[in-house]
Structures are given as structure tokens and as C-alpha cells.
Write a protein that binds this ligand. Structure first.
Ligand code: HEC
Length: 156
């Protein structure tokens, strides 16, 4: 086995750890329905400003548009990547724009997105190691934060 492959396999063998650590307690509650026009407006701003960022940095797990890497063909990696996608989409699915599918209300989703992006919890470290440049930049964080702040007004 050549060295780069060995390094990849070593990283991949650490993935389950990150996976376990990632599963902290989440509240799984449904919340109030919100006015449709307000959601539409939030969605247009999302598509214009935030979606391009999410497409690059989140869609591999949180949508039906995964760009699979070559090592996704390796048996262990395949299982883990598929597990990640399934888990990510069950929490939050960006496939059909805002409001996102998942277990949270629009309000909760916005809060969680901002929190996870600001704290560099998303995209997960195990993903960032393999996908250089997938870390959310300060400019992108500012864009996401502005969108969340604007969107929260009509939802409150
Ligand atoms: C490697 C796959 C992967 C990528 C890429 C990824 N996520 Fe996640 N995400 C997950 C998994 C798995 C979970 C569920 C476990 C957890 O909460 O850590 C999750 C959970 C979340 C949650 C918590 C949802 C909730 O309310 O429970 C948010 C918010 C989130 N992701 C946002 C993002 C954003 C925004 C991006 C891009 C900047 C992103 N994720 C990129 C895998 C990923």
C-alpha cells in the first residue's frame, strides 16, 4: 500500500470517533407554523446569498446532491459516508431550499445553523480534513449571520 492511501485509511479509521462525539443531545421538538409569505421572503434571500455557500460546503451531506470522493468506493469509507449523509439529512435537509426539511422549526434551524457555523462545528472536522477549503470563511460566516438575523425578525 502506498503512503497517501495509508494516510487516508488512518484518517478514515478515526471517523467513527468524530461521529460519536458529534452526537450530543439535541432537542427534537416541533414548533409553531409560520406565515407563508415570510418564509418565501427568507427563501429568496437564502437562494441569493447563502445557498451558494451551502452548495460548496454543506450539500455533500445535507442534500441529495452529494459529490462522492474516490475513496467513497472503499468499503469502510462507503458505510461511513452513507451513514453521515443519512444522519445529516435526517437533522437538516437543504435539498428543497427554505424552510428546510428536518426535525426543527424554521426558527430552530436558523439558530442551529448560525451556532454550528460560528463555532466551526459544521462542516465536521473529519470532513474538513479531507476537503481542503471547506471551512466556512469569516466573510461567509458574516453573510450567514446577516441572513439569519434578517430572517429571524418575521419569525419572532
Ligand atoms: C460530513 C458531512 C457533513 C457536512 C459536510 C456538513 N454537515 Fe451538518 N451535520 C452532519 C451530521 C452527521 C449531523 C448530525 C449530527 C450532529 O448534529 O453533529 C449534522 C448536523 C447539523 C446541524 C444540526 C441540525 C439540528 O438541528 O439537529 C446543523 C445546523 C448543520 N449540520 C449545519 C451544517 C452546515 C451549515 C454545513 C455547511 C457549512 C454542514 N452542516 C455541513 C454532517 C455534515
Amino acid at each position: 500500500m502506498d503512503l497517501p492511501k495509508a494516510v487516508f485509511i488512518a484518517i478514515l479509521s478515526l471517523l467513527p470517533l468524530g461521529y460519536v462525539l458529534a452526537h450530543k443531545n439535541h432537542s427534537h421538538q416541533r414548533a409553531m407554523p409560520v406565515e407563508a409569505p415570510a418564509l418565501k421572503k427568507i427563501n429568496s434571500a437564502y437562494i441569493r446569498d447563502v445557498k451558494p455557500i451551502f452548495q460548496k460546503k454543506c450539500f455533500d451531506c445535507h442534500s441529495g446532491e452529494t459529490r462522492y470522493p474516490w475513496y467513497a468506493k472503499l468499503p469502510i469509507a462507503k458505510t461511513m459516508i452513507e451513514g453521515d449523509i443519512q444522519e445529516a439529512k435526517s437533522h437538516l435537509d437543504f435539498s428543497n431550499d427554505f424552510p428546510f426539511k428536518g426535525h426543527g422549526s424554521p426558527q430552530e434551524d436558523l439558530e442551529e445553523i448560525l451556532r454550528s457555523v460560528k463555532s466551526d462545528e459544521m462542516p465536521p472536522l473529519r470532513y474538513r480534513i479531507l476537503h481542503w477549503g471547506s471551512k466556512v470563511t469569516p466573510e461567509e460566516k458574516a453573510t450567514i449571520q446577516a441572513w439569519v438575523a434578517e430572517s429571524q425578525k418575521p419569525l419572532k
